[in-house]
Design a protein around this ligand. Structure first.
Ligand code: ADP
Ligand code: MG
Length: 365
């Protein structure tokens, strides 16, 4: 109903490689999507903060100056959590009216939650006139998700949303939150990274995520290391429990694959050379970590058979998206083959789009 004081955005992300490594002090390699959440904000017209989303019907109200965990359930918790986290860190938080919209697919593993938190975070910092760097803001956004919403996630999503750059991957060491931007020149090499949203129903994803975390913690304890990042392949091979051994093997080999991919790309190799690492990552998630489901296995396999240089599930698993590295000319064939494979099985059609590394959170012009 009135002009905003400004508009700010933050993107979703795709993880190129490095799955479930983030809570094992390991390595991840995400990039920021062109898909974004946009927040328009202005000083509140009343005494309370109001939030509305084009994706939700309700308008949610709370007091920025007082909101604490437990006060705001549902989707607006991601927003209120950002106010709370900034306030907890000692920053001033104004009462504002917020209207937001997003083209990040929600609940598809592309991190609409981090996009929402980070977009609100940059808006609030700017409106309050405080400078919070991208990494500290990412840490606060993670706090909003972990301690306000109550979702026990790692910090990859927020770091990718804050630090993304065109043609760059965000190589993140989750032990100390240091990042290195790694080149990923798709267009120059005639390549498309196809994202295939399987639309598979997410069955019990939260509980199984917790089980995997517990297995990794058990493996680290059995090996006497601080985290699986510190485990050697030989020590893992000697673990007596068969399941725990496979879980640990995924983490150790996945960390190596992330570093191999970074070495190839940082060394200027053709991005096609990372294909085998993508394939191996998928096999490891399917066989050792057991976090894939038929929808994503079929998409990854069929994409490969139809010409992709490499393909893997991306995200926490039990559904979500597959990425396939394709020559531009092969995109229609890969997309068509996956659509046909889904139709043949009576599954609803996947949603596919090409994604290139894009700009991280900031103010819109
Ligand atoms: P993902 O981050 O993979 O999309 P999550 O379950 O982590 O999935 O986060 C999705 C939740 O974030 C939604 O259920 C909703 O509560 C909130 N959310 C994300 N984007 C929006 C939006 N544009 N409007 C309102 N709520 C949103
Ligand atoms: Mg999320």
């Amino acid at each position: 109903g009135r002009a905003p004081a400004g508009a700010w955005f933050a993107p979703g992300r795709v993880n190129l490689i490095g799955e479930h490594t983030d809570y094992n002090d390991g390595f991840v390699l995400p990039f920021a999507l062109p898909h974004r959440t946009v927040v328009a904000a202005a000083p509140a017209s009343g005494s309370r903060t109001t939030v509305s989303s084009a994706q939700e019907a309700d308008v949610v109200e709370f007091r920025a100056a007082a909101v604490v965990p437990g006060d705001v359930p549902g989707w607006a918790g991601y927003v209120a959590g950002m106010f709370w986290a900034l306030r907890e860190a000692g920053h001033p938080v104004p009462e504002v009216d917020i209207v937001l919209d997003s083209d990040v697919p929600v609940g598809a593993g592309l991190s609409s939650s981090a996009a929402l938190e980070c977009a609100v975070g940059v808006a609030l910092a700017d409106l309050a006139g405080v400078v919070v760097g991208p990494s500290p803001l990412a840490v606060l956004a993670r706090r909003a998700e972990n301690d306000f919403v109550g979702a026990p996630t790692g910090g990859m999503d927020q770091m990718a949303s804050m630090h993304g750059r065109p043609e760059r991957l965000v190589f993140l060491d989750t032990r100390d939150d240091t990042i290195e931007l790694t080149p990923f020149p798709l267009a120059e090499h005639g390549l498309t990274l196809l994202v295939i949203d399987s639309r598979a129903p997410h069955a019990h994803a939260d509980g199984r995520y917790g089980e995997r975390r517990a297995d990794c913690a058990a493996a680290a304890a059995a090996l006497g290391v601080r985290a699986l990042r510190d485990a050697t392949p030989d020590a893992v091979a000697a673990l007596p429990d068969e399941r725990i051994r496979r879980r640990a093997r995924h983490i150790v080999t996945e960390n190596d694959r992330v570093r191999d991919v970074v070495a190839l790309l940082a060394g200027g190799s053709d991005p096609r050379t990372i294909g085998p690492a993508l394939d191996a990552s998928h096999a490891s998630m399917r066989d050792d970590f057991e976090i894939t489901v038929p929808h994503v296995d079929v998409a990854a396999e069929v994409a490969r058979e139809a010409g992709a240089h490499g393909s893997r599930m991306t995200g926490g698993g039990f559904g979500g998206c597959v990425i396939a590295l394709c020559d531009d000319a092969d995109v229609p064939a890969v997309r068509g083959a996956v659509e046909k494979a889904y139709a043949d099985r009576g599954w609803s059609a996947p949603v596919t789009f090409g994604a290139a590394p894009s700009e991280g959170a900031g103010r819109l012009a």
